[in-house]
Ligand binder design. Structure first.
Ligand SMILES: Cc1ncc(COP(=O)(O)O)c(C=O)c1O
Length: 296
């Protein structure tokens, strides 16, 4: 509350001075440029017609989670995931809440590192759970790129940091991390039992150039990586507030035990939407053979 009051006062002051400001909170995407595919919306309508709105498994329907696991196995080129690693979410933010809650309880998480600027709600979630945030700021001088060496040097100097949150491309500048930088941070995390939470919610909708392979991190598997995805941005459905989490089995299981009484189970009516989108992604990225295996 204090923070909101502070921001409101700054905004009022700037307005009074005739200055402009950019509000960098959560944002809807422009559906003119990111139209929601009609075939996916049809799935939601059909789900309603079929009265597809009974209670679900706390982490979402197993078939839907299996399909997402299959897709990420294709992306990461291994048999790393099953439905036990996937949780459907009411929003990426609720996934972050769940992860922080579980890490606080299970590994007594005290400190997490975030690179800034970033999605403002990270701060509230960590504050809510009493986890201290260690911040590494991007600056105008480094063109608002993540300072990889700085991240690692902060981790070396503060051994209590057991979670690193990276947003790639970052919010709000859309800067992609170079893969080498990502790999250095990941290596350090793996060697030092640090979780790496990747919030790449803009990864597939960000402007792509011919060098995109240099930046995409979706093909990396590590037991230390926790991935958060949502459909809000990519598919222009921010109001649906749906997404999913890819994590290890014990975090997933701990979430499953709590989710009914904390963040709520995902909405069943969106499961056919998620299934269809995943199948389309498999078809476009991996071709017919993989698609047929996925449908099987
Ligand atoms: C980087 C980033 N992560 C997560 C979110 C939250 O997504 P959701 O609407 O699924 O809670 C946002 C929303 O603006 C965001 O910008």
């Amino acid at each position: 509350m204090e923070y909101y009051a502070e921001i409101a006062a700054i905004k009022k002051k700037l307005k009074g001075e005739g200055s402009y400001y950019f509000h960098l909170g959560k944002g809807d995407v422009d559906r003119k440029y990111f139209p929601t595919p009609k075939c996916l919306l049809e799935k939601v309508k059909a789900a309603l017609d079929l009265q597809y709105y009974k209670y679900s498994h706390p982490l979402g329907r197993t078939d839907t989670r299996n399909l997402l696991a299959f897709y990420h196995n294709l992306l990461t080129g291994g048999n790393h995931y099953s439905s036990n690693n996937v949780a459907l979410l009411i929003s990426a933010t609720s996934g972050l809440n769940a992860v922080v809650n579980v890490l606080k309880e299970k590994v007594k998480l005290k400190k997490a590192l975030v690179t800034r600027p970033s999605y403002i709600n990270y701060r509230y979630v960590f504050e809510k759970f009493g986890v201290d945030l260690v911040k590494v700021d991007s600056t105008r001088e480094n063109n608002f790129n993540v300072g990889c060496d700085e991240v690692i040097s902060v981790l070396k100097s503060d051994k209590e940091v057991k979670l690193v949150v990276l947003c790639n491309p970052n919010f709000p500048f859309g800067r992609f991390m170079e893969k080498d930088c990502f790999k250095d941070i990941l290596n350090y995390c793996e060697k030092n039992d640090i979780f790496l939470l990747l919030d790449n919610v803009f990864e597939t909708s960000a402007f792509k150039n011919t060098d995109m392979g240099k930046y995409m991190t979706a093909d990396y598997y590590s037991p230390n990586i926790i991935r958060i995805y949502n459909y809000s941005k990519d598919l222009g459905v921010a109001g649906f507030r749906i997404g999913y989490l890819l994590t290890n089995e014990w975090i997933n299981e701990a979430m499953s035990d709590e989710i009914d009484v904390t963040y709520g189970s995902p909405q069943t009516v969106f499961e056919p939407f998620i299934d269809c989108n995943t199948l389309l992604r498999i078809l476009s990225a991996f071709g017919t053979e993989s698609y047929i295996r996925a449908v099987d």
